[in-house]
Each structure stands twice: as structure tokens, then as C-alpha cells.
Design a protein around this ligand. Structure first.
Ligand code: SF4
Length: 655
């Protein structure tokens, strides 16, 4: 058993009820680390070319990272991966909470599920014992009911990753949920789980790796790395940082007029901000600066959704109904929060992506509506970004008179109408015949039912609804949207952010600096580097927010756990290998190397006002740098012969 790993992976075939455990050689772990890395290694081999994403041949993977559950700070993540039914491409999603550490603690480094059960089942992973169990009594329950029922039957120690009604009904914008409403949301992987009639995976973890000295190469070095990082989080939050939101109200209009940029600020301030507000601290700022899409990508933030409106969906307003903060497993920050809901009961605090998708995107400034819609998405297992985007599309089409008569009469669809937005979200979650069914499979398919004039208003890349950051504000995020093998996602590029202290040694090693914002040729190069580093970092099972908080000692943890002595060059090579293999997966399934961005998102025509006025992205220049840096053929996405050799890949290269 390699240090830092259990050395075991479970493969389940639900069609024949088969459960097998494999022990990968250490070399596989060193080449792919865990998480997305292990996922792409196995899914490339095991999903046949052109397999139906909702058929038995698709394989759904649940993947803790190398450090998940290790006790290292920020190590509570798990990942899911499969061929996406929404895009047909490589699909993956990432989530915090407590399920990942429980799966790891149950003694496995990954779980791969193929086939389809004949009736609803759940999978119980409990140490040496893995069982396929009947889930007929769970089918139809929402997320909270499912978790509560399983906790009553098995005990609170068991952690649950499950689908809600949206996944059961094969909504292509459904996700996989843990901890009462936290979603691995993107790529429609909830529908893959639903197609397998798999209601839940339940894991009962027994062990924490660092308490088992046999498992770690150097427990002392591991502990020292964590101890050295801890003081950043132990300091008392400054009273100064509490006043930042008030200052920003004054400063933002000036910064916007000067077309200024804001960086994350000193690590201490970032930690304070996350502790107080989570990601909601960014809403008003990002609307004002032109990053947040407004009115289905056609609006201009400061004009159409000014500070007086966006402040009600930001920082202090969002945490006002908070009952208590909470943290993912092993997190010293606790950026999450439980809030009192407007209609009674409690739910998760709304975070930036949801606030933006149900706020300015829909011209809605009522926080109560956002909170209700957030809860609907959490309980039904619906991706709140995609749900907001399809609602925005419906409102836009209704205003333009493009809806077929039978849909147009169903609801009085109007921008900013809270009750109607909530009702429509509930209908999508339930796939109600009519508007709900029309929108439940995402904006690309919804647009196909309308005339060609509607297509430019369906904002997606490769079928995946874009996240709430604009490529014309930060072209780095457009690289993730258009060029990452799982298109349309801001987390592919951490919202386009390459300028991190933690990545500085890697850029120095490669003789580069993160590109200036609108230096298109260099942007492609440096995003290819950053996105490779993100894939390796993700595969450790750490939260990307940590990278804005000082210098998380991820390489020290990796080496203390495994004893390998991975240096910066090898870490980058691992990340590049994972990124290249994700591209190779798409090539194997006949997909193009890149996914076009619609005119709105490229700034074609450009906006005429505001901080991103007159900006049009040069995606060709970006793509040239990106594919050259990764060593890929820009047409096929396949690795070039020298890339295959350099990264030691076992796939057919591009000639
Ligand atoms: S910063 Fe927030 S999302 Fe990240 S691990 Fe901590 S609580 Fe979870």
C-alpha cells in the first residue's frame, strides 16, 4: 500500500450487482494523485467511445483527493466525474462538506459505478463491506428527507451523497448533493446517477489518515506543515476588515469609472472576508465592475442594476438572517452559513453564484426570492447557476414574444418578478409539463425548440450554462469556458485567476509571469499553466479558496503523506497530464477541441458603456497560446507525439 493512500478502489456494476476492489500500482497514484486525476485515468479507459451518457456504459466516479480527510486544512473536497449528458464531453464537479472524508475514511481512494440497476438502489460503503441496497422507499424524496431517512436507518456517522427529484427525473442540469443541500452541481451528473437508478452513496468513515502513522510517510512533517499554516486563521479578525463593505460602497463607482481592477487584498483580509460573508462579499462589487452578467447578459451592471439594488444581495444583507456559520471538514475558515428562511425553517446561506444567477441576471433585487430559489435548488438537487440561466432565457424570450403560445400563457414571465421566478424554478425542479419540462434540460436544448433568433440569447458553451463571471471582464475565465474540456465552468480557471502567491514558484520555473488582463496571446499561455496547476491542486482534494489565503503548503503535505519528493516541475507535469487526458477523453468521444463562445460573451458587438466597454475577446490568439503550451493539436485536442512522450501517456497521439 503506497503511503498516503489506502491502495484500494471499488468498481461496481449495477446491472449485474458486481462489486470488485482493485489495487492500483503506486505509479498510477504518482502520475494522477487522486480526484480528477484518478478519474480521468480510469474513465478514459473504461467508458467506450460514444457511450450514451445516460446509458449503462457510462461510468460515474466518486473521487476523494489524495489529501481528502487527511486533516490538512481545506481537505474536505470530493469530486464526481462521468461523461456529461449535458455537453457530451468530459464532465466533472467538485464539492465540499463531509461526504468526501467519510468515503476516504471508509478505506478507499475512489469509487467507480457502471451499469444500471433495475429498481432504485443505494450503495453503502462501510469499511471492508460494500453493499447494494434497496432504495425504493427513498425514491421521490427530496435531499433533506433522503439524508434524514438514511441517518435514521444507519446513524449520523454515515455521510450521504444523493440525488433529489431533479436527478431522478433526469434533468440535465441536476447535480449530486451532500450535507443537506451542497451540490457537486455542474455537468448534469445528477442525471447520470438518476439513469443508474442510484439514489445515494452512503459512506461510513472509520479512520483519519494522519492518526495512522503507517499511512503517512512522515506524520511529523505533515503536522509541521499544517501547524505552520495555522496562525493565519487563528488571529482575531480585524475591525478594519469589518468596515470594508461600507468603504466599497463609496469606492466602487470611482474604481469603475477609472476602469480599475481589484485584487483579492492581503491574505488576512481575504480570510476575514470569507469568515464573515463567504463569497457573498463579492456580489455588489462584481456587478459594479462589469464581471457579473445582468439581464441575461444584455445589461450593464452599474446602469441596469446599480449599487442601490446589488447591495441588498451582498455581504451584510446576506448574512443578516444567519443562524450560525459552518465549515467543511478540516476547514479553519467556515465560510458557509445556515440562515433562517423567509418562510420559516433553515437552509444554506446563498453564495455569490446563486445570488448573481437569481439576482441581477433576472433583474431581481429581492434577497428573499433568491433564498427561496436557492432552497428549491438545494432540496431538489438542481444546479443553481444553470437554473438561473434557463429562467433568464425564458424571461428574455417571453419579453421578445418568442415563446410558443402554450408556454406563453402558463405564467406572466417578467424581469424581476419574484413570485413568478420562484414558481418557475419549482416547476423546473419538478419537471412539470410545459415550462418546467422545457427548461429542465438546460438552455441549449430549450433554445432548440424556438426559432433561430433565440439562439444567441441562450448563454452556454458546449451546452453548459456559463457561470456568473464575464469573459470580457477577465479573459482568463473565458479560457475555462471555451477551452477547458468541461466547458462553461468558472472553477476550471478559478475565475481566470492566475496571479497567486502560491503559484509564483511554478511560473518562475517556467520563465513566465501571469499575463496582463487583455494580453490575449500571453493569456492563453499562462492560463494553460494555471489550469494545469489547478487540476493537480484539485486532485489533492483541497478547496480552491485556500489559494487566495496565503500559501497553503500543498506540496509539503503531498510529500509528507507519500514520501515521494515531488518538486514544482513534477507537480506541474502531473497537472498538465491530467488536463491533457481530459482533452484526450473528449477527442475519444468525437468532440471538438474547443467550444465556441457566443457573441454576447465575446463582446461581439462590444458593450458601449462601463468598465468593459469596447472590449472584444480575441479567442483565436488565446487558443493558439493555450494549445501550444499544453502540447495539443488545436483541431482534435489530441496530444502531439512529443507530448505523449514527455508525459508518458498511453494514448494514440495526433499525427
Ligand atoms: S473555505 Fe468555505 S468552501 Fe472552502 S473548505 Fe472552507 S468552508 Fe468549505
Amino acid at each position: 500500500m503506497p503511503n498516503g493512500y489506502w491502495g484500494k478502489i471499488i468498481f461496481v456494476n449495477l446491472s449485474i450487482g458486481q462489486i470488485e476492489v482493485e489495487q492500483p500500482p503506486e505509479e498510477i497514484y504518482r502520475r494522477y494523485l487522486g480526484g480528477y486525476g484518478l478519474g480521468v485515468h480510469y474513465l478514459y479507459q473504461r467508458i467506450p467511445a460514444n457511450a450514451d451518457p445516460l446509458g449503462p456504459e457510462n461510468v460515474l466516479a466518486f473521487l476523494p483527493g489524495l489529501l481528502t480527510g487527511s486533516g490538512a486544512q481545506f481537505s474536505g473536497r470530493f469530486m464526481v466525474a462521468a461523461r456529461s449528458p449535458l455537453t457530451g464531453a468530459w464532465g466533472d464537479a467538485n464539492c465540499g462538506g463531509n461526504f468526501g472524508p467519510a468515503l476516504r475514511g471508509a478505506g478507499y481512494d475512489g469509487l467507480f459505478i457502471s451499469g444500471q440497476a433495475k429498481k432504485p438502489v443505494y450503495l453503502f460503503v462501510d469499511g471492508e463491506k460494500t453493499e447494494i441496497k434497496d432504495a425504493s422507499h427513498l425514491w421521490g424524496l427530496d435531499i433533506r428527507q433522503t439524508e434524514e431517512t438514511l441517518h435514521e436507518e444507519i446513524g449520523l456517522q454515515a455521510k450521504v451523497a444523493c440525488i433529489g427529484p431533479a436527478g431522478e427525473r433526469l434533468s440535465l442540469i441536476s447535480g449530486i448533493v451532500n450535507d443537506d443541500g451542497r451540490l457537486a452541481a455542474r455537468c448534469g451528473l445528477g442525471a447520470v446517477m438518476g439513469s443508474k437508478k442510484l439514489k445515494a452513496v452512503v459512506a461510513r468513515g472509520r479512520s483519519r489518515l494522519p492518526t495512522n502513522s503507517l499511512s503517512l510517510a512522515s506524520p511529523k512533517a505533515f503536522k509541521d506543515a499544517s501547524t505552520g499554516y495555522l496562525p493565519l486563521f487563528r488571529r482575531k479578525p480585524s475591525t478594519m476588515s469589518a468596515r470594508v463593505p461600507a468603504f466599497m460602497g463609496f469606492l466602487l463607482p470611482i474604481i469603475r469609472r477609472l476602469r480599475g481592477q481589484l485584487s483579492g487584498g492581503p491574505a488576512e483580509m481575504v480570510v476575514d472576508s470569507y469568515k464573515r460573508y463567504g463569497t457573498s462579499a463579492g456580489t455588489a462589487m462584481l456587478v459594479e465592475l462589469g464581471d457579473t452578467p445582468v439581464r441575461n447578459w444584455s445589461g450593464i451592471g452599474f446602469r441596469d442594476f446599480p449599487l442601490e439594488l446589488s447591495e441588498g444581495l451582498s455581504d451584510r444583507a446576506v448574512v443578516r438572517p444567519m443562524v450560525k456559520p459552518y465549515a467543511c471538514h478540516s476547514c479553519p475558515v467556515a465560510c458557509g452559513g445556515i440562515v433562517n428562511q423567509p418562510d420559516g425553517g433553515t437552509s444554506h446561506k446563498s453564495e455569490y453564484e446563486t445570488l448573481a444567477a437569481f439576482g441581477p441576471l433576472l433583474m431581481n433585487s429581492d434577497l428573499g426570492t433568491v433564498m427561496r430559489c436557492n432552497h428549491v435548488c438545494n432540496m431538489s438537487g438542481l444546479d443553481s447557476i444553470s437554473a438561473g440561466v434557463v429562467v433568464a432565457f425564458a424571461l428574455d424570450c417571453a419579453e421578445k414574444g418568442w415563446l410558443p403560445p402554450e408556454l406563453a400563457v402558463e405564467l406572466p414571465l417578467e424581469w424581476g418578478s419574484g413570485e413568478v421566478i420562484l414558481e418557475l424554478t419549482q416547476r423546473i425542479a419538478a419537471r412539470t409539463p410545459g415550462l418546467g419540462d422545457w427548461l429542465a434540460d438546460g438552455v441549449q436544448r430549450a433554445a432548440e425548440r424556438l426559432g433561430p433568433e433565440a439562439q444567441p440569447y441562450a448563454i452556454h458553451s458546449g451546452g453548459q450554462e456559463l457561470a456568473m463571471h464575464r469573459g470580457i471582464y477577465e479573459p482568463g475565465v473565458a479560457v475555462g469556458y471555451a477551452l477547458d474540456p468541461a466547458p462553461g465552468r468558472h472553477t476550471a480557471s478559478n475565475s481566470g485567476n492566475a496571479n497567486l502567491a502560491a503559484f509564483a514558484p511554478y511560473f518562475a520555473l517556467l520563465g513566465r509571469k501571469p499575463a496582463a488582463r487583455y494580453d490575449y496571446a500571453e493569456k492563453g499561455v499562462t492560463q494553460a499553466i494555471a489550469m494545469s496547476l489547478y487540476r493537480a491542486f484539485d486532485s489533492l482534494g483541497l478547496c480552491q479558496f485556500a489559494l487566495a489565503m496565503g500559501q497553503p503548503p500543498f506540496l509539503a503535505w503531498l510529500n509528507a503523506a507519500t514520501g515521494w519528493g515531488v518538486d514544482e516541475a513534477e507537480f506541474y507535469r502531473i497537472g498538465r497530464r491530467i488536463q491533457v487526458m481530459r482533452h484526450a477523453f473528449n477527442a475519444r468521444h468525437g468532440l471538438p477541441a474547443q467550444f465556441p463562445l457566443l457573441g454576447h460573451e465575446r463582446g461581439d458587438p462590444p458593450q458601449t458603456l462601463g468598465p468593459v466597454a469596447n472590449r472584444t475577446l480575441d479567442m483565436d490568439a488565446i487558443a493558439t497560446g493555450y494549445f501550444a503550451t499544453l502540447g495539443l493539436d488545436p483541431l482534435t485536442g489530441l496530444p502531439l507525439p512529443e507530448t505523449v512522450k514527455e508525459l508518458g501517456l498511453e494514448i494514440v497521439p495526433s499525427p
